[in-house]
Design a protein around this ligand. Structure first.
Ligand SMILES: [Zn+2]
Ligand SMILES: [Zn+2]
Length: 366
């Protein structure tokens, strides 16, 4: 089939100006639009011809090429034919008369249907005690989320009524003004870009279609959680849009500090007061650990600040693999009061140690 003359298709003269072209085109597009002629293949065929013809004549370069070379064009063909060419049609220019143009042609331009969009992630915080962080704990996390209104199902319209297609933008949400080759568009003011108008808004959501609800999730904080540990609950974030997947919920764990232990990863540091004789002579002292008290052997000659490692008595490791260690930090204490016997014993010790050199202070003493 030979391609039809685009001037014939639109019913305009060879000298028609832009305004005349556009007027003829709009009239035909309205008449032949598939929405107005359902199940009429002839109308659909003609509609495509009109699109193709306008595609050529509204583009100065294509029009000049057509005028010079005719229907066969300089290197290929004009006229209706390949389905792909319709993607070149300036959809922004059409959207005011062709409400469902985007859905009719599928992907095709600015009026294409909305893309699936993943919902946003949420973050929440829970504060737990140091002991709970070591042992693991179940907590309830309340999250305020936006969901489709349970009364109107998200339409925003009072139950029993339905939103109607916006007559200004024909449901596209966009108003376009064509100026030469460029189509300028702006959101439709009447429907605020929604494409639909709600005459009787739902009382529950005041027409928004969404409402805030509080959801509570049971969250398992694993044994050994640290301050700042994030727990991910897949799919518990904001709902996706247009069929997109939901976001995730991240629960950030805040751990209260302990009065006893200082945390170093999976290791715990515990200050252990020892007397001077215990440090000097060695001793066995009872110390607390998260798993219960243990006997700590203090070797003779231990200095204040010495760290003694008790294997496997620290915090559980988050990725499994047992526990960290407990690090006992010795603090040699000085008694405030002495009995007579203690004083005599210390004075005897002082006399015997006075003559010992203090090598590291040599040269700095006055
Ligand atoms: Zn509602
Ligand atoms: Zn509108």
């Amino acid at each position: 089939m030979a391609p039809r003359d685009p001037y014939d298709v639109l019913g305009v003269s060879k000298t028609a100006n832009d305004a005349e072209l556009k007027k003829a085109y709009r009239k035909l597009a309205r008449e032949l639009h598939p929405d107005r002629n359902p199940n009429d293949p002839t109308a659909e065929e003609r509609f495509k011809d009109v699109q193709a013809a306008y595609d050529i004549l509204s583009d100065n370069e294509k029009r000049q090429a057509y005028d010079r070379y005719g229907a066969s064009g300089p290197g290929g063909g004009f006229g209706p034919g390949g389905g792909g060419r319709y993607e070149n049609v300036d959809l922004g220019d059409l959207s005011d008369i062709l409400g469902s143009f985007g859905s009719f042609f599928g992907r095709g331009g600015r009026a294409a249907r909305p893309q699936p969009e993943r919902g946003a992630d949420f973050e929440s915080r829970v504060r737990i005690s140091f002991e709970d962080a070591l042992a693991g704990v179940q907590v309830r996390v309340p999250i305020e989320v936006q969901t489709a209104c349970h009364v109107c199902g998200g339409s925003g319209a009072e139950p029993g009524t339905a939103p109607r297609t916006c007559p200004d933008c024909q449901g596209s949400g966009v108003i376009s003004d064509s100026q030469g080759l460029f189509a300028l568009s702006h959101p439709c003011q009447r429907c605020r870009g929604n494409g639909v108008i709600v005459d009787k808004p739902c009382k529950n959501c005041r027409g928004a279609g969404r409402e805030r609800v509080t959801r509570r999730y049971q969250v398992k904080v694993p044994p050994g959680a640290k301050d700042g540990t994030r727990i991910r609950l897949k799919g518990k974030g904001e709902a996706g849009r247009n069929g997109g997947p939901p976001g995730d919920l991240f629960v950030r764990v805040e751990v209260e500090p302990s009065t006893l232990y200082e945390r170093r990863g999976a290791d715990l540091v515990l200050d252990v007061p020892v007397t001077f004789p215990e440090a000097a002579l060695g001793a066995t002292v009872q110390i607390p650990t998260p798993g219960g008290p243990v006997a700590l052997k203090v070797p003779s000659g231990s200095e204040s600040g010495k760290l003694l490692r008790v294997k496997g008595r620290g915090a559980p490791k988050l990725n499994g693999g047992g526990n960290g260690d407990l690090l006992a930090r010795l603090r040699v204490t000085v008694p405030e009061k002495l009995s007579k016997g203690e004083r005599e014993a210390l004075e005897a010790y002082q006399r015997s140690s006075r003559e010992q050199p203090r090598a590291h202070l040599n040269g700095t003493a006055a």
